[in-house]
Design a protein around this ligand. Structure first.
Ligand code: HEC
Ligand code: HEC
Ligand code: HEC
Ligand code: HEC
Ligand code: HEC
Length: 443
């Protein structure tokens, strides 16, 4: 048994001992089930504990949760202390931004002329592994079922657009909004002034220039200075699901949504019954099809071999991702980064060349394997960091410069979005197909 569990058991025993009837009546001792009014007996707190503390409830859910990346993922530890990252990665930070209604806006600093992102927690609340009370933040306040209420199910102003657009997934009481509060892209900011990129302007002017290949100083022209880490972040599923977050180039396909967007919720496919190591509080949908067949949804049972509803649509999106990647090249060099390492590439196998959504820009420090999987990469923009060896600096100087039109930049955002959505179109087939098809046509 882990030490954590032993401590918990001891604490539990202690608490139970303390809420024996005498304890309850004597208050002010902590965990009572509500003191009895005017000398009448208090409610038996021990009974209310059993609403949750039974082998088939909290105990079982805690066991499932160990298989959730929310629990075993390491990002909460790695990003601890970072006030901008932790609102989605750490419990106390998430609770802080929800409780204080921290807006997803940007503010212009008149002195520097640059925009800053307001969506952040404070240094004293920038920590905490994701756990039960991240999502059920009222736990142990009344010791009744009300304690299971969600931290938030409110509509989510999107951080990627400085809060000017909002996702509101109403199905299932808005439970999906809880997920989307974190599972949304991060803002793509302008290299000129730190403001959010204008996706409408990018889509309207495909021939426009994002980056001309020569970094000027001071920067008044480069809307982006492409680097290995120029990306829309990992949590794209929520935005794709809602049919938002892409650069919507005009084209043959309209931007509509699959029925899932309004009819289903994240919980339907990702929670429910356990199947293998998926479902329930593991939150994973991998290999889980029972959610497709819940009442009111697909009437014929869907399995992994169903062609019309699983195999074919997923292949179609995979083919479109591959076709788009082929067009995102300059002089035969990939703009997108290849990464055949299944540890660091969460999307291994989803494309023929194992793209991971990062850019193929030389960076021996943050992407040491760049040369292993990409025959050639693009030059690092700007002065090479002092940590590079002379040999690395010399090599960088021989590489070609990456230039980006609006069409290329928009298309690579759409590629990242649809790859990292992970579901190959299952979340929102219509939107995914339109983004990829119309992007290909623009290149
Ligand atoms: C609404 C559901 C609910 C009710 C009611 C409830 N608990 Fe809990 N309790 C939880 C959850 C969830 C956890 C966290 C389990 C985990 O992390 O494995 C927990 C954990 C605990 C822990 C371990 C300490 C910790 O934080 O890990 C103790 C002790 C405990 N509860 C005591 C009680 C007692 C005593 C009562 C009744 C007075 C009670 N609980 C009522 C849901 C509940
Ligand atoms: C507090 C923010 C937050 C909330 C709320 C949240 N998630 Fe997550 N989720 C994350 C983070 C962060 C990770 C990655 C953790 C890591 O790798 O350390 C993650 C990982 C996952 C994964 C695993 C992905 C993978 O790469 O294997 C799934 C599936 C998932 N979440 C589904 C959900 C669902 C469904 C909901 C709503 C019921 C939800 N999440 C709510 C932040 C959140
Ligand atoms: C708007 C919410 C949000 C913010 C802000 C955010 N992240 Fe994330 N991040 C996520 C989600 C959600 C995932 C998991 C998505 C998935 O696996 O599908 C994730 C995944 C990651 C991962 C991958 C973990 C793994 O499993 O390999 C890393 C690393 C990471 N984030 C780092 C950061 C850093 C560093 C910052 C701040 C600069 C940051 N994140 C800010 C939501 C966010
Ligand atoms: C990422 C958010 C998230 C985290 C973390 C989380 N839960 Fe939940 N929990 C949910 C959602 C969403 C539901 C509703 C599921 C449904 O509607 O089927 C739920 C439902 C429940 C229920 C109601 C019974 C049920 O199965 O429907 C209990 C009890 C519960 N959670 C306990 C826990 C415990 C214990 C932990 C920690 C080990 C935990 N939760 C962690 C999101 C979360
Ligand atoms: C219609 C069913 C369905 C709904 C609804 C759904 N998903 Fe998924 N999700 C899937 C499928 C299918 C996969 C891919 C599983 C596989 O590859 O086997 C997936 C994969 C994922 C993954 C990565 C892998 C993992 O461990 O599951 C994340 C993260 C995710 N979805 C988040 C969400 C979020 C957030 C929502 C709600 C906004 C959502 N999903 C709604 C079906 C669904």
């Amino acid at each position: 048994m882990k030490l954590k569990n032993v401590t918990r058991l001891l604490l539990y025993a202690f608490v139970i001992a303390c809420i024996a009837p005498s304890c309850v009546k004597e208050g002010p001792m902590g965990l009572t089930g509500g003191a009895g009014a005017d000398g009448k007996d208090g409610k038996d707190a021990n009974e209310t504990c059993k609403i949750c503390h039974t082998a088939n409830n909290v105990d079982l859910i805690a066991t499932q949760f160990e298989f959730s990346k929310h629990s075993y993922g390491e990002a909460a530890f790695e990003e601890s202390g970072n006030t901008g990252c932790t609102p989605c990665h750490a419990q106390e930070a998430f609770k802080y931004v929800v409780k204080n209604k921290v807006p997803a806006t940007f503010t212009l600093n008149a002195t520097t002329g640059r925009w800053t992102n307001n969506y952040a927690t404070v240094a004293s609340d920038a920590y905490g592994e994701i756990g039960c009370s991240t999502c059920h933040s009222a736990l142990h306040t009344t010791y009744g079922t009300a304690d299971l209420a969600f931290t938030t199910v409110a509509p989510v102003p999107m951080t990627m657009w400085g809060g000017t657009k909002t996702i509101d997934l109403k199905a299932d009481g808005g439970k999906s909004n809880l997920c989307v509060k974190c599972h949304q892209p991060r803002p793509f900011t302008s290299a000129i002034n730190g403001g959010v990129q204008d996706y409408v302007a990018i889509a309207a002017d495909p021939a426009g220039i994002m980056y001309d290949g020569t970094p000027e100083s001071p920067n008044t022209t480069d809307k982006v200075r492409p680097s290995y880490r120029t990306h829309t972040h990992y949590g794209t599923a929520g935005a794709v699901y809602a049919g938002m977050g892409g650069v919507e180039f005009a084209g043959t396909l309209p931007y509509t949504n699959s029925a899932h967007t309004t009819a289903a919720s994240c919980v339907d496919c990702h929670m429910g019954a356990m199947v293998g190591r998926s479902g329930g509080h593991t939150f994973s949908a991998i290999g889980k099809f029972d959610g497709c067949n819940v009442t009111g949804c697909h009437s014929t049972a869907i399995t992994a071999s169903n062609t019309t509803l699983w195999v074919n649509p997923r292949k179609e999106i995979k083919d479109l991702l591959n076709a788009l990647a082929t067009k995102l090249t300059i002089g035969g060099v990939d703009i997108l980064n290849r990464n055949a390492d299944g540890e660091s590439n969460l999307w291994i196998g989803l494309t023929a060349n194992n793209y991971d959504g990062y850019l193929n820009v030389y960076d021996p420090i943050t992407n040491p394997t760049v040369q292993m999987y990409n025959s050639k990469s693009f030059k690092y923009v700007g002065n090479a960091p002092s940590s590079w060896s002379q040999e690395q600096k010399d090599y960088n100087a021989t590489l070609p410069s990456l230039t980006l039109t609006n069409a290329q930049f928009g298309a690579l955002i759409n590629f990242q979005l649809c790859l990292r959505d992970y579901s190959l179109g299952i979340h929102n087939f219509a939107y995914t197909k339109a983004l990829l098809t119309n992007s290909i046509a623009k290149l």
